[in-house]
Design a protein around this ligand. Sequence first.
Ligand code: ZN
Length: 353
Amino acid sequence: MYSNEFLWQVFSLSAEMDPLFRDKHDRFPISQAIHNVTEPIVSERLLELGWRPTYPNNAPYAVVISHDIDFIYKRTEAQQLSGALKDLLKFTLKGKIPTISSFSSSLKSQCELKWPVETVFDCLKAKNIPSTYYFMCLEKGDEDYNYNFSELYSIVNKLIESGSEVGLHGGHTAYKSLVAMQSQLHELQRNIGLKRVGYRNHFLKFNLKSFELMESTGFRTDSTLGFAETTGFRNGMSHPFRPYNHQNDSYFRLVEIPLIMMDQTLYKYMNLSSAETLDVAKKMIEKVAKVSGVFTLLWHNTNFNGRKLEDFEQIVDSMNSDKAWFCTANELVDWYEKNDFFRTQTDLLNSLR
Ligand SMILES: [Zn+2]
């Protein structure tokens, strides 16, 4: 039985205010967590206190499927150019005179459209499931720049028209830079006139200051809060919530939709087989269902092939057969606001202090 004081510390992320160290990506390391992050202990207490959200059609829990669109081309610009220059050198060494057209076709072949967003769109369309896509809006020269957002106009429009949602995937420095965050949002909105925009930072980079930056930049939701190293509940919550603002003892307007499970966590950090992946997913879904929470799943467009696509489909199909409510980030927040769930949740959270 956890004390109220402890649960408040977990919920308010007080351990993240001044950690002993941060990892190489400037993230709060899981080793510094004060609770067992695989259990939604704060959500469980809210239910013990009588709070339990409901969902459309009596769905047992909600699901937000999301995709961070980091890369769509196989090689970066610098690699393309160096590849094309190597081809050029080969030509020259063979005593051939390279023409401009051979150089430009070589450059093109170095830049393969390897992970098109359309693949994700088609997969989810076939299942009639909406999802939330976070796009990067970087400039050439920025770290991990891979595509120009304005060139994706047609697929982005298709996503929105089909009922999916588009948000910003902030670049490497945006989580701590108001200027970077604002200019990337501006680039997104310059291309599509979105008003209620959600956010997730690249590499799940985040610190407590990021909430302030996101709020003042004007984001409605964020879904960065999770651990890259493991699946789970970073602040004990399996429900969307308004984060606590330590600076002025209040709550942000911004809604955090905690990230529960990421593909890269399973494959890269935990190094799981397919059978283990599906087993972990099943257990995590059960924990979410038990508290009528939200299962926020991040699956990159680069993992929509082979075994990883099969894993994704099995996880999604199992939640579909549970009759879970699949929604986008904004739809989830609309539902919580309409039903006054945030106010009733915050009243109970205050009682823990
Ligand atoms: Zn990313």
